[in-house]
Design a protein around this ligand. Structure first.
Ligand code: FAD
Length: 492
């Protein structure tokens, strides 16, 4: 990924830099704009909201506490994101945790009444895949030895046939794959319900096996692949702003609260301009949409809809998810790590007062919890969601929280609902993911739903932006993008 980044800097400078309208200032849009500016072009980023980040956006409540769209974890196996931090000189903002995966054992307590956790510890001294195998073999609380062996045997085709096999498995759900490979149901119940909810906010009965195998592949092939990091504060200021500053310093532009309402076409179906919600028009040489797939589908011009490239977007839909913040009057845990809840309503959670320097509090806990699957809850009132979450927390913190109100007190809470988040990675979705180059010569796509090998994630979004920037820069160099008169470009 460092070498890929360098290609943007090494490219011959364009004779006439392209004005490129990048729609959306999430990670895909900001990454695309950054690399376009590295290649000598002039991105102008148009963001609908008043905050950077899209699905990593965050804002402050009346007390100054940060509310995040999602609890976000960075992995060692995120080459393009890690490279981005290096290029921006902000690597110290990633707070790496011990190389472990920690699963809660709801309802189970230690002898002194505390929540029990089951850990997969990856030994630092061993390279991949040995560190992963030792982590799995040494954990005997969740799976028995014969269950681990049966799962290991099930994985043999993935090891033998590599990426081709991983892609073929997109036709199967996780549960179907487990049954086909003869893996006992308990492996699914004990580990993969939690894994599926963490990876795509849905159950293994629906999730494509390709998603799980892609993650396992990275974790088993890269020594630090499954190592996790928390950002040291809110993503918009700690990550997105430096990305924006990089391209602003190289001639780019950022326009906030600029919502596009229509894509205007020339007679040959190429993009003529973008109609903005405020009635103005933005004209550029080329256009990159990084809008989420559900918004993009609504925004497609009628003339494009029958084209197979755009028609297949109908196969992708965002999945609902809810992110919850709960502030307690005392510490609930001392674990400075991501925790897999293994509870019916929740996915992962963390005490951000421990895991994140920017939210540090030595006295109180701030739990951030991902509530998934959320399809039956997304339309319900916040109070009902908090009440249901408290029920789960009584089982997760049996010693600290009591139904009679004698334990820790909930001081306040915040619920962030995203009804259509990342695309729902049910079996068979890979076929519908579009590549970054569209059949329209001056229109490109990026976003975590577009085709790249890193799933719907921050890495996927960042990489897709980089791929779109490269496709656009190559097309510019090859002269396949019709140039606007320099004087009229970007007229509002
Ligand atoms: P987005 O972030 O959606 O960006 C699209 C942008 O387009 C937005 O800023 C939006 O405002 C803008 N836009 C939309 N319409 C218009 C318009 N008409 N005009 C102008 N602008 C417009 N990933 C991980 O890697 N690790 C995690 O732990 C993780 N946890 C998550 C937890 C939750 C609760 C959620 C919701 C997501 C999580 N993700 C995680 C996924 C990750 O956040 C996304 O994959 C990634 O941020 C998507 O980036 P994007 O740029 O593709 O899209």
């Amino acid at each position: 990924s460092a070498a890929f980044s360098q290609t943007f800097i090494d490219m011959p400078r364009p004779e006439r830099p392209l004005k490129v309208a990048v729609i959306g200032a999430g990670l895909a849009g900001l990454s695309c704009a950054k690399y376009l500016s590295d290649a000598g072009h002039e991105p102008i980023v148009l963001e609908a909201r008043d905050v950077l980040g899209g699905k990593v956006a965050a804002w402050q409540d009346k007390d100054g506490d940060w509310i995040e769209t999602g609890l976000h974890i960075f992995f060692g196996a995120y080459p393009n994101v890690n490279q981005m931090f290096t290029e921006l000189g902000i690597r110290d903002r990633l707070q790496w945790k011990s190389h472990s995966m920690i699963f809660a054992m709801p309802g189970q307590q230690t002898a002194d009444g505390f929540q029990r956790f089951s850990r997969f510890e990856f030994p630092d001294l061993l390279p991949a895949p040995l560190n992963g195998l030792v982590a799995i073999l040494l954990n005997n609380e969740m799976l028995t030895f014969p269950e681990k062996i049966q799962f290991g045997i099930g994985l043999i085709p993935a090891i033998l046939f590599g990426q081709k096999y991983v892609e073929e498995c997109d036709s199967l759900t996780v549960t179907e794959w487990m049954a086909k490979q003869g893996v006992p149901d308990r492996v699914n119940d004990e580990v993969f319900i939690a894994m599926a909810k963490a990876l795509n906010f849905i159950d293994p009965d629906n999730l494509s096996m390709t998603v799980v195998l892609t993650a396992l592949n990275r974790f088993l092939q890269e020594t630090h692949g499954s190592k996790m990091a928390f950002l040291d504060g809110p993503p918009p200021t700690r990550l997105c702003q430096p990305m924006a500053d990089h391209m602003l310093a190289r001639g780019g532009e950022l326009r906030m609260e600029q919502r596009i309402s229509q894509v205007l076409l020339n007679d040959d179906k190429t993009v003529k301009g973008l109609k903005m919600q405020d009635g103005s028009t933005v004209v550029a040489d080329a256009y990159v949409s990084t809008m989420p797939v559900d918004v993009l589908k609504l925004m497609l011009p009628d003339e494009w809809r029958p084209m197979p490239y755009f028609e297949k977007l109908n196969g992708l839909t965002g999945v609902p998810v809810i992110n919850i913040h709960m502030w307690f009057d005392r510490k609930l845990t001392t674990v400075d790590h991501l925790l897999f809840s293994r509870s019916p309503l929740l996915s992962v959670y963390a005490d951000m007062s421990l895991t994140c320097k920017g939210y540090r509090d030595d006295e109180k806990s701030m739990l951030e919890l991902v509530f998934a699957p959320a399809k039956d809850w997304i339309g319900r009132p916040d109070e009902a969601i908090i009440e249901a979450t408290m029920e789960e927390l009584y089982r997760l913190f049996p010693n600290e929280l009591n139904k009679d109100g004698s334990g820790a007190q909930l001081l306040k809470s915040a619920v962030v609902k995203t009804p259509l988040s990342v695309y729902e990675a049910t079996a068979g979705r890979e076929l519908y993911r579009p590549v970054q180059t569209s059949p329209i010569s001056n229109f490109f796509l990026a976003g975590c739903f577009t085709k790249q090998k890193y799933l719907a994630s921050m890495e996927g979004a960042t990489f897709s932006g980089k791929l779109a920037a490269r496709a656009l820069a190559d097309a510019a160099a090859a002269g396949t993008i019709p140039l606007k008169e320099a004087a009229s470009a970007m007229a509002a």
